[in-house]
Write a protein that binds this ligand. Structure first.
Ligand SMILES: Cc1cc2nc3c(=O)[nH]c(=O)nc-3n(C[C@H](O)[C@H](O)[C@H](O)COP(=O)(O)OP(=O)(O)OC[C@H]3O[C@@H](n4cnc5c(N)ncnc54)[C@H](O)[C@@H]3O)c2cc1C
Length: 418
């Protein structure tokens, strides 16, 4: 299997090695933790009980943390990070296969925490200084600490360059003031990748990224923000005169927009494997339900109306998965997180996000329909993933913003060819 002019889209040997080891890890390391969690009666990884503040129950959080530490020790936590920094150095095509495997096999379980997600190492933090690497990146990759990425503000989401959080130089330090909102892991993160204005009016060079300790004087975790995900992980952050040393600047001053985009683009590209994995899992569940549920004395799988729901799910998963793999292969040639980013990359990255967000939304809708009332049961995988799918169309750039990027790429390409 190859794409024209790009690398193979078939799983490599190291992907097969990774998924084999991940399977064993789920059985030997994650399953006992999941059983222990079930005994405690505090909910599950994706249906956690929330504390009085609305936060993920501490025991669920700690179980996820233990999975992260064990995964890091087993060499499974950071396949996406550069090899010279201690990661696996996997390409995007390889990562899509890995992500698909993880989401299909972990389902909604604790095992999902074994692959670094928004609280883990990411392409932006690869640009840390040597001093900050030892203090932040290495412990993050070892699963010893967790991070958050703070770009969005109460008044600014899509319009990133209009943010008001700012940093001013004071000797060799930086002093940050501002207010961030809708931040995943706001209440548990040990440190935060804060994006702030350092040169007002400088357009895409106006922002910089800083690593800020959550226990730094002036750093306050704000209110919790309950969302339809009901995972107790989203919240606000307030920074008042927070002092940060120069070594905590990620990349160079003025790189903040490009670094933020590399973090966001990473999340956009993860949609390919996530939606293929969860989509296939939902399809397996829908087929099994259609075979066992009867109507008029026969399995509903015999009914053409239900068969068409299954066929539509298959068509959506197959089309989105195929398109994503081809786009990831093309992106591997361009450098999906390069700074500066290759000018052909944004269109491909946004295609992956919009195709998956919309296909997966239809897949979860059909999955609920095949299950009937059981698909609406609060906390059932179908009901939960329907809410997840609705959510996916907004964070990491809305589907409208993806269309803007696709159209920009198309119009630039056609103008250049005239
Ligand atoms: C569960 C969750 C977790 C999140 N986690 C994080 C996180 O960890 N870190 C972080 O920094 N942020 C996070 N976010 C914030 C998220 O990235 C923003 O919500 C998202 O970028 C959209 O911004 P907004 O909500 O302000 O929407 P708005 O920007 O207000 O957009 C509202 C509507 O207007 C449309 N619109 C706006 N501008 C344009 C335009 N120029 N062209 C076309 N349409 C436009 C949008 O598409 C949308 O339909 C999270 C959000 C959620 C819900």
């Amino acid at each position: 299997m190859t794409t024209s002019g790009t690398g193979s889209i078939a799983p490599s040997e190291r992907v097969t090695d990774y998924t084999t080891r991940f399977r064993t890890f789920l059985d030997t390391e994650v399953a006992p933790l999941e059983e222990d969690l079930a005994r405690r009666g505090v909910g599950t990884a994706w249906q956690p009980h929330l504390d009085e503040a609305g936060r993920m129950h501490r025991d669920v959080w700690e179980a996820r943390r233990e999975v992260q530490r064990r995964s890091a020790a087993a060499g499974l936590y950071n396949p996406h990070i550069r090899a010279d920094l201690g990661g696996g150095g996997f390409s995007r095509v390889e990562m899509q296969h890995v992500e698909e495997f993880v989401y299909r096999n972990a389902g909604l379980g604790l095992g999902l925490a074994a692959l670094a997600w928004t609280e883990g190492a990411n392409p932006a933090i690869e640009h840390v200084s040597d001093a900050a690497r030892e203090r932040y990146l290495d412990p993050l990759m070892a699963g010893e600490v967790t991070a958050a990425f703070a770009n969005t503000e109460p008044a600014v989401g899509t319009d990133v360059l209009a943010m008001s959080t700012h940093a001013r130089r004071d000797g060799s330090d930086w002093i940050i003031n501002g207010h961030k909102a809708w931040i995943t892991n706001a209440h548990f993160a040990d440190f935060v990748q804060i994006v702030a204005v350092t040169e007002p009016g400088a357009g895409t060079r106006s922002l910089s990224m800083f690593l800020v300790d959550a226990d730094a004087p002036g750093f306050v975790r704000g209110r919790d923000i309950p969302t339809m995900l009901a995972d107790g992980l989203t919240g606000e952050l307030e920074l008042t005169d927070v002092r940060v040393p120069a070594e905590n600047v990620v990349g160079e001053i003025g790189d903040g927009f490009a670094l933020a985009m590399s973090w966001i683009n990473w999340r956009r590209l993860c949609r390919g494997g996530m939606c293929a994995g969860w989509g296939s899992w939902l399809l397996d569940r829908a087929i099994s339900r259609a075979r066992s549920r009867t109507s008029g004395g026969r399995p509903i799988a015999d009914l053409q109306a239900v068969q068409h729901l299954l066929a539509d799910m298959d068509a959506d998963v197959y089309a989105a998965r195929s398109a994503s793999l081809v786009a990831q292969a093309e992106l591997d040639e361009l450098g999906p997180f390069g700074i500066p980013l290759h000018r052909d990359a944004p269109r491909l990255i946004s295609l992956v996000k919009v195709i998956n967000d919309e296909a997966f939304y239809r897949v979860t809708d059909n999955a609920v329909q095949v299950h009937g009332a059981a698909g609406l049961l609060l906390g059932s995988p179908e009901e939960k993933l329907f809410r997840v799918a609705r959510n996916l169309k907004i964070p990491a750039g809305t589907v409208e913003i993806q269309r803007n990027a696709v159209a920009r790429g198309l119009l630039r390409e056609t103008a250049a060819s005239r």
